[in-house]
Design a protein around this ligand. Structure first.
Ligand SMILES: Nc1nc2c(ncn2[C@@H]2O[C@H](COP(=O)(O)OP(=O)(O)OP(=O)(O)O)[C@@H](O)[C@H]2O)c(=O)[nH]1
Ligand SMILES: [Mg+2]
Length: 236
């Protein structure tokens, strides 16, 4: 009997009511035995889950709220050696997955984070979000000495094995900066930032500018000065 081919790449996407875009995102992703898509759904009340299943994605339900919580659950479900992440809202270039995976391998990298700012399309981000992103980036650079242009990007490409070397605690949006800090601060992890296009969102905005921005800043301060207060890191 032929052995089942091993999954090489798991694309993990958290979703909360993304029915307008999730189908299009899934259509843009590469297909084949080497790939799997894991949708981590936060109990969407629209057709997100139905569409994702129709398109052949594996859907994992995570009723506990939060972007970070969804990803930590998704990482445990992923079977691929390489994990790729993105939003379900059509903002990130799903068509670049292959190219980025190839780059990770060719350059012997462990972690890639995709910078959204250098190639951002018109209308993709309003002024307030740009300002918030700038403040958070400067804070991350000052507090952790990480050479990031975009500390909040949600598109990462990494080897699953490095999760064991990371201390990931955030259940919220702050997981995005936390995973980058963990990757760039660890001398055993070869990390790089690469620019990709970033497009206007489809569907309703979920981010609460002031609440999430402030929480992300508070998180950076706690991680720097009182990491014990963040709780137990996730076990992978
Ligand atoms: N499972 C789950 N997914 C979530 C949750 N919050 C957000 N998401 C999804 O996580 C991804 C990122 O959230 P976004 O709302 O796009 O956040 P953002 O990109 O910072 O902001 P906007 O795109 O401007 O709204 C999207 O695919 C959301 O549907 C949650 O609590 N649980
Ligand atoms: Mg988004």
């Amino acid at each position: 009997m032929a052995e089942k081919k091993k999954v090489k790449v798991s694309v993990v996407i958290p979703t909360l009511n993304e029915e307008r875009s999730i189908g299009k995102v899934l259509d843009m992703l590469p297909r084949g035995d080497e790939y799997e898509v894991v949708i981590v759904d936060g109990l969407s009340t629209d057709r997100t889950v139905e569409i994702a299943r129709e398109k052949g994605a594996r859907v994992v339900m995570e009723k506990r709220r939060g972007y970070g919580r969804a990803y930590k659950t998704g990482f445990k479900e992923a079977r691929g050696e390489i994990i790729v992440t993105m939003d379900g809202d059509l903002t990130y270039p799903a068509e670049m997955v292959d190219e980025l995976v190839e780059r990770l391998e060719r350059e012997g990298l462990d972690f890639i984070t995709c910078d959204r700012f250098r190639m951002m399309e018109r209308g993709a981000m309003n002024f307030t979000h740009r300002l918030g992103n700038w403040i958070l980036k400067v804070a991350a650079r000052l507090l952790f000495r990480v050479p990031l242009n975009d500390s909040q990007s949600g598109m990462w490409v990494f080897r699953r094995e490095i999760l064991k070397k990371m201390r990931l605690t955030s259940d919220g949006m702050a997981l995005s900066e936390e995973i980058k800090i963990e990757a760039f601060r660890n001398p055993k992890i070869k990390a790089k930032e690469i620019s990709v296009p970033y497009r206007p969102r489809e569907g309703e905005v979920k981010l609460n500018t002031w609440r999430d921005g402030w929480n992300n800043l508070k998180f950076l301060l706690k991680k720097r000065f009182s990491p014990g207060s963040l709780g137990e890191p996730e076990k992978f």
